[in-house]
Write a protein that binds this ligand. Structure first.
Ligand SMILES: [Ca+2]
Ligand SMILES: [Ca+2]
Length: 178
């Protein structure tokens, strides 16, 4: 059952990512998503749920800062009511991210800059069991791929794509910090 919950959680955040990317390209603007408990302001916990907004600085907001401010238009909101734990990590910098943007080309961006480093969206079950951890890797072009257990030890790993788009796996996912 817990595994099913993680699968549906992954589907949910994947569709949020896809819609943010779609909006960015369709509107030719940077679109950001951040965790939000109230569907209005950004929080620090991805397990609260998420908002997707035009990060264009409208109405004295700040453009491309990953924060919903001013009169920036919210184009999507999901309140999350499950028991899973979500986290978003810039894998090569090993830093937790509290927002994620897509630029007008549909490419991942952080701090207003396009990033080609892989970003891991990790979903852990209610008990933070590593064996149930699943992830989505956002790679340079804005492509989203699922994590797999390539080394067969029962735990999925984060994955990278090199310049030739060949995928390789790295460290096992870990729910300890989420
Ligand atoms: Ca903003
Ligand atoms: Ca593994």
């Amino acid at each position: 059952m817990r595994q099913n919950a993680v699968f549906s959680d992954r589907k949910l955040i994947n569709s949020t990512l896809m819609s943010a990317r779609y909006e960015a390209v369709a509107r030719n603007k940077t679109v950001s998503l951040c965790p939000s408990a109230d569907g209005e302001s950004c929080s620090n916990d991805w397990s609260d749920g998420w908002i997707v907004f035009l990060d264009d600085g409208e109405g004295s907001g700040t453009a491309r800062d990953g924060v919903h401010n001013g009169d920036e238009l919210i184009v999507g909101a999901s309140i999350y009511e499950g028991d899973g734990h979500f986290s978003v990590v810039d894998v090569s910098e090993n830093s937790a991210l509290t927002y994620l943007s897509f630029n007008e080309f549909g490419r991942p961006a952080v701090g207003g800059r396009q990033v080609s480093r892989p970003i891991l969206i990790q979903i852990c079950d209610s008990n933070n069991d590593d064996i149930f951890a699943r992830g989505l890797m956002l790679i340079g072009t804005g492509r989203v791929i699922q994590t797999i257990d390539a080394n067969g030890d029962g735990i999925h790993e984060s994955r990278f794509a090199d310049s030739l788009n060949t995928l390789s796996s790295t460290a096992n996912l870990s729910c300890a910090a989420s």
